[in-house]
Design a protein around this ligand. Structure first.
Ligand SMILES: *Cc1c(COP(=O)(O)O)cnc(C)c1O
Length: 419
């Protein structure tokens, strides 16, 4: 049962108007979403793109099943990491030949941090965000330990001030443009420039940005970037990640895992390692072809899509959800931790409520999939390729109903939430 509120009518009309005027509305057809589900967790696991099942069927039955090992050449398997890397490159503003797809984000974070430290050998500090995603923090600590460096935790807004004092000591600044908890968007341009003015390298983790907003890694002079294949790129559970290294660093690039597929002549099976020219040296081992080609098919959901339109719609969606939260949920004890300033907002809205866990579980029971981050944050990811304003009103209304009806478990989770 939905409680009728005077404001809800105005919100419903606004949602209908915005959805009717949405130039990206037809793109929703490129995803196979269950009909009765409002899916607001695409920033954690993107839904299934319609192009993937047939593509995977071909990879499995024909390429693998019939052509067997010959597919390394005839089906382009060998080149797939670089080909898929270039396809991701078009979404992050990278010219071809600088992005490779493969391995997990965690592996790529380690690779990028270690390679960056090697490019600035006389500088003893790694700078990262104390609020960075845990894996990025753990791996910064690990790289620092192995190389005898030190980690400094500096919130992104404090970076210019920190660098004014200690900038000449800093090898690399490792940040995400979007805070995965709050959805706050940081100024990539200003932070990259600040790192460069100190002579440090800028490493960006684009997990919550790639596919969600226009990025210009080449134009900004970003040195290295990594990101995830399974969030806004919808490449499937455990999809390969990516690593971007600006071309100017390729000749000097030393990766910590110089595997045989990154060799200049891998099939010579030489005794000693000679790195391949270009980004190919960042390849490690045999790529996971099924996952990689599922990701390649998934990326076709972006064909002909202008990321500036994606950004405009994403801001319209998050702005609308903030309005719904303000009118329907704030009176019931929810507060938003996502900036209301559109220039400081990524593609998610996070609401604080002491019973976030029970509410996320109960919401899923009513067909709205969001997630929570301990202890008290409810996270709603929007993806402009398939989310509608109507979806968000449904989510806010059902959340309101749960509170009014008391239809959720107020106990905190007994085990940690899923990642
Ligand atoms: C999602 C995410 C990861 C995930 O790393 P995996 O190796 O894929 O588990 C890493 N960093 C950030 C910033 C993320 O948002």
């Amino acid at each position: 049962m939905t409680t009728a509120l005077p404001g809800a009518v105005a919100l419903r009309e606004q949602a209908a108007r915005l959805d009717a005027d949405d130039p990206l509305a037809p793109v929703r057809e490129r995803f196979l979403l269950p009909p009765d589900v409002v899916y607001l967790d695409g920033n954690s696991l993107g839904p299934l793109p319609a192009a993937v099942p047939a593509a995977l069927d071909d990879v499995v039955r024909r390429q693998w099943g019939t052509a067997l090992i010959g597919s390394w050449n005839t089906a382009g398997w060998w080149q797939a990491p670089l080909r898929v890397g270039d396809a991701i490159g078009t979404l992050i503003g990278a010219a071809p030949g600088q992005t490779v797809a493969g391995d997990s984000t965690s592996v790529q974070v380690f690779t990028a941090l270690d390679a960056a430290a090697a490019l600035r050998p006389d500088r003893p500090l790694l700078v990262t965000d104390p609020g960075h995603f845990p894996t990025d923090r753990y791996l910064a600590d690990a790289v620092a330990r192995r190389r005898g460096l030190q980690v400094r935790h500096v919130p992104p807004p404090d970076l210019p001030h920190f660098l004014a004092d200690e900038g000449r000591q800093v090898a690399v600044v490792s940040y995400s443009p979007v805070d995965f908890r709050t959805g706050e968007l940081y100024d990539m341009t200003a932070l990259t420039r600040a790192a460069h003015e100190a002579g440090a390298l800028a490493l960006w983790d684009l997990c919550h940005a790639a596919g969600a907003l226009p990025l210009e890694v080449d134009a900004l002079g970003v040195d290295l970037a990594v990101g995830c294949g399974y969030k806004f790129l919808s490449g499937g559970p455990g999809a390969p990640a990516f690593l971007y290294v600006a071309q100017r660093h390729h000749a000097a690039l030393e990766t910590p895992l110089p595997g045989w597929t990154g060799h200049a002549d891998p099939f010579a099976l030489a005794r000693d390692y000679t790195p391949a020219p270009g980004i190919a040296r960042a390849r490690i081992g045999t790529p996971p072809i099924l996952s990689l080609l599922a990701l390649e098919a998934a990326l076709t959901a972006f064909d002909g899509v202008d990321l500036h339109q994606v950004r405009a719609k994403s801001l319209s969606l998050t702005g609308f959800l903030l309005r719904c939260a303000d009118e329907l949920l704030a009176p019931l004890g929810f507060t938003s931790v996502t900036p209301s300033d559109p220039g400081r907002r990524g593609s998610q809205v996070t609401l604080r409520h002491p019973h976030a866990h029970g509410l996320a579980v109960a919401l899923a029971g009513r067909g709205v999939v969001a997630d929570m981050r301990a202890p008290d944050l409810l996270r709603f990811g929007v993806n402009a390729l398939f989310t509608s304003h109507g979806d968000l009103l449904t989510a806010a209304t059902r959340l309101r109903d749960l509170i009014v009806e008391g239809a959720y478990d107020p106990a905190p989770p007994s085990v940690g939430p899923v990642t």
